[in-house]
Design a binder for this molecule. Structure first.
Ligand SMILES: Nc1ncnc2c1ncn2[C@@H]1O[C@H](COP(=O)(O)OP(=O)(O)O)[C@@H](O)[C@H]1O
Ligand SMILES: [Mg+2]
Length: 281
């Protein structure tokens, strides 16, 4: 595991970095971030996990959006509880084999509001990483809290994040909300794997024509401005909104829904593995 950590986890080596425990061997940690809430960050994070898992990878999601957890519900884990064995948490597992750790899985009542202050949230994040038996995972996706505040900063500083996927709404692209997320990742020296535009268009159910309610996409232009990859525009799909509500995203997500974003993750991680094994020789 040592070379895994050395290969690509600057954060894990720092004094504040969370360490992996003896029940955990996580090869790659990828963040999913957004400039603000409500753009579909969790939806994209969940969808990426589903696609990676379908490809045969071992996948976990650390729901770091402690005060707005939505991963368990969309993956059919509403009402489930993470178990604890000798103070070590055991993540819940979806029927497709995705491991999930989330505040909603440890709360007495899922509807309890989370009114924790920053240090308590940071403590929960640490527990979800260091005191959780993740087993061996190819990818741990981190659903980051929205924005650029205290908690995302803690995540960036403490978790060995190898790269981030930025999710934005069409309006965010215009209003430069993306810039904040991008700049935060840059300041923390975390590579940005690319930009996904969510809810960009709707497909007419009658004729199949794509309708762009917010006007033509600014994705390519914005990605160009920041020198990052455009990882595709995603439709507004009522069937997927319903799937998130009903916890059936794993079944309902169309095959190859966000291929460019999946490829960006897989190829970056393969590249880092190659670098690490080259360096080890
Ligand atoms: N492309 C989409 N099509 C349909 N519904 C979506 C889409 N993206 C997100 N949603 C819905 O919008 C809501 C907000 O998405 P969510 O992923 O929770 O946002 P965030 O994590 O950025 O706050 C959710 O109810 C989700 O199911
Ligand atoms: Mg969310």
């Amino acid at each position: 595991m040592d070379e895994v950590l050395h290969g690509h986890s600057k954060a894990a080596q720092g004094p504040a970095g969370f360490k992996q425990n003896e029940y955990t061997k996580i090869h790659h940690v990828i963040g999913v971030i957004s400039g603000k809430g409500g753009v579909g960050k969790s939806f994209v994070c969940g969808s990426l996990a589903v696609e990676l898992a379908r490809s045969g990878a071992r996948v976990g999601i650390l729901d770091a959006d402690i005060t707005g957890p939505s991963i368990p519900k969309m993956l059919g884990l509403a009402g489930e509880r993470a178990t604890a064995v000798n103070d070590i948490l055991v993540p819940a597992t979806t029927k497709g084999g995705i491991e999930v750790m989330s505040a909603n899985l440890v709360l007495e009542n899922e509807t309890d509001p989370i009114v924790w202050r920053g240090p308590v949230i940071a403590g929960a994040l640490r527990q979800f990483f260091e005191e959780c038996a993740w087993g061996e995972l190819d990818y741990l996706l981190v659903d980051m809290p929205p924005g650029t505040g205290d908690v995302p900063l803690t995540v960036f500083q403490s978790l060995p994040i190898e790269g981030v996927v930025v999710v934005s709404s069409p309006q965010d692209l215009v209003q430069m909300v993306v810039g904040k997320a991008f700049n935060m990742a840059s300041m923390m020296s975390v590579p940005v794997l690319g930009l996904v535009e969510n809810m960009a268009y709707v497909t007419c159910p009658h004729c199949g024509e794509k309708i762009w309610p917010y006007g033509p996409s600014h994705l390519a232009q914005t990605a160009d401005e920041y020198g990052i990859d455009a990882l595709g525009e995603l439709p507004i799909d009522p069937a997927l909104a319903a799937a998130c509500d009903h916890g059936t995203l794993e079944d309902e997500l169309p095959q190859g829904f966000l291929p460019k974003a999946v490829d960006a993750i897989v190829s970056t991680c393969e590249f880092d593995d190659a670098k690490a094994s080259g360096a080890a020789e």
